[in-house]
Design a protein around this ligand. Sequence first.
Ligand SMILES: Nc1ncnc2c1ncn2[C@@H]1O[C@H](COP(=O)(O)OP(=O)(O)OP(=O)(O)O)[C@@H](O)[C@H]1O
Ligand SMILES: [Mg+2]
Length: 695
Amino acid sequence: MKSDEEEQLRSVALQNAREILAARQRAEQLLLQTKEQLERTTKQLAQSLALTRAALESAPDGIVVTNAAGVITDFNRKYLELWALDDVESRDHHQLLRRISRHFADPEAFLRRIDEIYRSPDPEVTDMLALADGRIFERVSKIQSVDGVDVGRVWSFRDITERVTTQRELNEILEQKVAERTAALQRSEQRFEQLINGIRDCAIYMLDPSGHIVSWNPGAERIKGYTAAEIIGRHFSTFYTEEDRAGGAPARALQVATREGKFEAEVWRVRKDGTAFWANVLIDPIHAEDGTLVGFAKITRDMTERRAMQEQLNQSQKMEAIGHLTGGVAHDFNNLLTVILGNLETIGRHILPDQARVLRALDQANRGAQRAATLTQQLLAFSRRQPLNPKPTDLNRLVSELSELVRRTLHEDIALETVLGGGLWRVDIDANQLESAVLNLVVNARDAMKEGGKLTIETANSYLDRHYASKYSEIAPGQYVLICVTDTGCGMSKEVLSHAFDPFFTTKGIGEGTGLGLSQVFGFVKQSGGHIKLYSEVGEGTTVKIYLPRVHGEVCIEDSESSVPDAKGHPSETILVVEDDDDVRIYSTEALRDLGFTVLEAHDGASALRVLELHPEVMLLFTDVGLPSINGRQLADEARRRWPQLRVLFTSGYARNAIVHQGRLDPGVELLTKPFTRTELAGRIRDVLDAKRAV
Ligand SMILES: Nc1ncnc2c1ncn2[C@@H]1O[C@H](COP(=O)(O)OP(=O)(O)OP(=O)(O)O)[C@@H](O)[C@H]1O
Ligand SMILES: [Mg+2]
């Protein structure tokens, strides 16, 4: 039994020993495995650490790492380099900070900021450090946490001096550029303003899209009369006439400008004082870059004066044209009337006294022809082609001598006043024509004062300045003598005024006026180098001003020549009559033969010269001025050159430039104007033949 128990015990023990052995083997194996594992892990860790260091070293920034207790756990070479350190020496961060704080102008401020960062709960703080040597570092401090627990901080530093200076330089350049641009802009704005403000002839202003005024230049103030303070904010329709406003013209103008890109017109506009002016208006829409309408630019020019000048010019061109026409007609009429009057005279001389009926008829025919001659003369005067005989004249004397006649012309209920200017300059004028012009005006004044009134005739020295002269195409600035006839009569409407000088324009009844009075005055004044102006308003009377150019130099007053009545000729006196109009030539030659002269005739200049060659006994050449090819003046010049003793008498329907320069006779030239009567012809021929030859 005992041995069984022993056996059993032994086998259990054996069993246990085996198990223990096996367990030990397993444990040894496990240990081996663990050791290998550890070795592998350690190796990996070492590799990873080496990589981390390499990464740390290769970073461009200086880096220092501190743990939660403020002990430096790591740093790289760049860090030492940036702060000019050989080594960190101590691992105490604060100690190190004190060492690097010497790089700052204010080390304490640097240290205070570090304390702030340590205390800050922000996971990341970035700031810039300005070093005393001028370098600039960017510092980033980042909290490092593992499983939510702060384990320390990574401090990284980067030298951004270059970046900042470049940035700064760029900023400076940029700022300078901006400043330059601003200055240039200001300058250009200033120039623009000066330009707009300097323009005084144009109103330049701006409207907002609804037509309210937003800017105003001095030109606008000058033309329209409003100051900027008065008008800015008001609507531009203020400048329109009542009718234009009522008709919606302002809105239409803006619509046209918007639709067509421009509105332009010449129209009446109204100034602040209520007066109207003729305006040239331009409206341009202004658009923003995106195309929206931001307002309108308005330019207005005052064209009132220019319009008046244009009207003046049209008027004088019209007068010029009518003048040409009238002159031509009158010229032909003169020839016809010379024939008619001359032949009537011849008939008269051959009528027997008992032929009473024929005598009456002759008398009427004569009067009719005389009236026609007067009319023709007036037409010639209007067309500025009547021969004038100007002499230096004292207008005061002329007016004084005329006043008796004037008084007789007026009714008793018209008072006459003459106001004669002192120290009056002289004028070079045909006094007879001037008298008839003044009488014409007096008669007009009388007719305008049916209910009585006052007539004033004034004389004065006057200066027409450049400004005044520039308004009229035909007048030169300078010194003039003014003669001025004023009445208190019915006056003239604008319409009548604009036609008053037209030939045959009259408002008088048939048979009362020919409408040639003012035409004649107009033509005469113009031909004399003067200027005439009418001032009149309905119910306010009329003033007619005649300006005659002042004459300088010696004044010699000649006696007027006298014709010898019933002058006769002698057969020994030979006269050559040169006239292209057959009827006139026949009339003249017959009349001269009747008077007793020996008469030769020619129809043009060339044949006249041939006649003179054959007949050296010719004493007087009586020639028409308007001959074909060689004119009368050329004929006379040539004849006098060859026969210096030859005397010359010209005849003409109107004064051609050949003998009459600027409407005035050349000195020493004799002229008999058509139509002429037998008696006038005889008288002038005698005058010329009997005159002492000028030396
Ligand atoms: N002083 C005046 N006051 C008012 N109207 C005038 C005056 N002078 C001229 N007129 C107007 O001008 C018109 C033309 O004048 P103008 O002297 O040329 O002719 P007329 O007087 O009508 O005729 P005429 O002079 O040939 O007898 C006149 O019919 C008249 O209507
Ligand atoms: Mg008249």
